[in-house]
Structures are given as C-alpha cells and as structure tokens.
Design a protein around this ligand. Structure first.
Ligand SMILES: [Zn+2]
Length: 266
C-alpha cells in the first residue's frame, strides 16, 4: 500500500497523505484484531465503535483517493519535464518514402518558419508545398544551399521565391553541415545511405529541439554567402550552370560577381 514509486521523488504533501493513509489502515486493523465479533456484544458498540470503524474506513478510502490524485499529478509533471527536455518525441524513419512524407508533414504544420539546409532535393511535391506556404504568407523561409551544385528542381523552386521578402537564400561550398529541415516545432534530419537518392531520417518533435536546431541552421547560414540574384541559382544549377569551374574559388568568384551586379540601386 505504501510502495514507493520508483524514480519519482516523493514530496512533503505526498508523505503526509501516505502517513494518513497508513494511520487509517492501522486503526481499521487494530479495531478488527480487537475482538471484532466480540464488539457486537459490548453495550457501547452501537454508539461508538461502529462510528470509529466507519470513520477509519472513510479515512482510508479518502486518503487512497487523494494519494492516487497526487501520484497522477506527479507523473504528469515528470512527463512534461521529459517532453520538454527532448527525451521523447524522437522517431527514426527507415526509408526515403517516410522521410519525404514527414518532410511534407513538417511543412504543412509550420506556422512561423521553415529552415532548410541542403541542395540536392528532387522532391517536387515537397518543394511545391513550401512555395505555397511562403506565397500564402504563412511562413518565412530560409534555405542554405551547400556544395558545388544544386538540383534543377531546387533551382526552379527558388527562382520564384529568391526575391520575396520572407525568403533568405544562402550558399556554402562546404557540405559538412548535412541535411536539415526545421520548423518552429519539428526537426527532420536526413541521413544518407550508400545508395544514391535513398536515405533514412530522424524526426524530433518539440519547441526546444526546434530551437536548438534553428541555432545549428543559423550558425551554418552565417558562415555562407547571401544570394539574391536568380543568376546565382543558375550558376549553381547542375543542369543550367557551367559543368566546368566547380571549384570553391571559381564558384565564389562567379557568385560574388553575380551578386555584385545585382546590387544596382533601384
Ligand atoms: Zn536549372
């Protein structure tokens, strides 16, 4: 009856409740042991003992009830602590289809922002969903393109968005930052496999995780170069750009030139 709850800290309130519960139970036991059946023959039984027994039973029942409530409240507090510390809400995604599905879920549920790190997406349905969200004015959208090229799908997707106010596009030659998509409440990490266009993923849910990975995103973004000119996207595109001169130095030079040309006072 007084079994301690493993891993749950017992507070003062809980201890008082447990002690009252124990005491109530003890009274019932003592009364039972003290000639329970013999009590019936005592002259004062009807008036006093009966009331005492009923009271003791009532105390036990009441304290049991309060104790259960206290335990429930304590479990709830622990759960919310766990949720906020990010120990729950992680889901491993075993194949590309689930990753793509979850990317769309992330985009659909975003109501403030979408941060995306990566340049090799060919998932048109996912990219179109982002475009719709941005043009509907629902979210801000920041994308860091990494590596020596971007896919043509991404080129086309960003072409209509790059000049919009809620959109930030950046580029970094280094691909060390991996693939990451973040909203204000979800994080999706794409994990590459040895096979081209096949990947696994990890989804994390919760504002704290989203906040932490937003920091990761902006840290990488600040290391890169801001892009505002549609011509820069063309330079980076694997289909539309030049197939030669893909070194870091050459690309930086071409992109700087394109961006400088774009900064014409208007
Ligand atoms: Zn292209």
């Amino acid at each position: 009856m007084l079994k301690a709850k493993s891993g749950v800290q017992t507070g003062l309130g809980e201890r008082i409740v447990l002690a009252a519960q124990g005491l109530g139970a003890l009274v019932v036991i003592v009364l039972s042991v003290l000639d329970w059946t013999g009590l019936l023959s005592l002259p004062w039984f009807d008036a006093q003992a009966y009331r005492i027994i009923l009271l003791a039973v009532a105390v036990v029942l009441l304290t049991l009830f309060v104790e259960r409530l206290t335990v429930l409240r304590s479990i709830k507090t622990d759960l919310s602590l766990l949720r906020n510390s990010g120990h729950v809400g992680a889901r491993y995604l075993t194949d590309s289809d689930s990753v793509l599905r979850q990317l769309q879920v992330l985009v659909d549920s975003a109501s403030e922002k979408i941060l995306a790190l990566g340049a090799k997406s060919t998932a048109i349905a996912y990219l179109e969903r982002i475009s719709r969200k941005v043009t509907d004015g629902d979210v801000t959208y920041s994308r860091l393109l990494t590596g020596d090229h971007i896919t043509h799908e991404l080129h086309q997707h960003l072409l209509g968005l790059i000049n919009l106010a809620p959109v930030n596009v950046g580029w970094n030659y280094s691909e060390k930052y991996g693939n990451l998509t973040v909203s204000e409440r979800e994080v999706l990490l794409a994990i590459p496999t040895p096979h081209p266009n096949r990947f696994r993923g990890l989804k994390l849910v919760g504002p704290e995780q989203a906040g932490l990975f937003s920091e990761v995103f902006w840290e990488a973004f600040r290391e890169g170069m801001n892009l505002n000119n549609p011509r820069s996207l063309e330079i980076l595109c694997e289909e539309c750009g030049s197939s030669t001169h893909r070194g870091e130095f050459e690309l930086k030079e071409m992109l700087t030139k394109a961006e400088d040309a774009y900064r014409v006072p208007g």
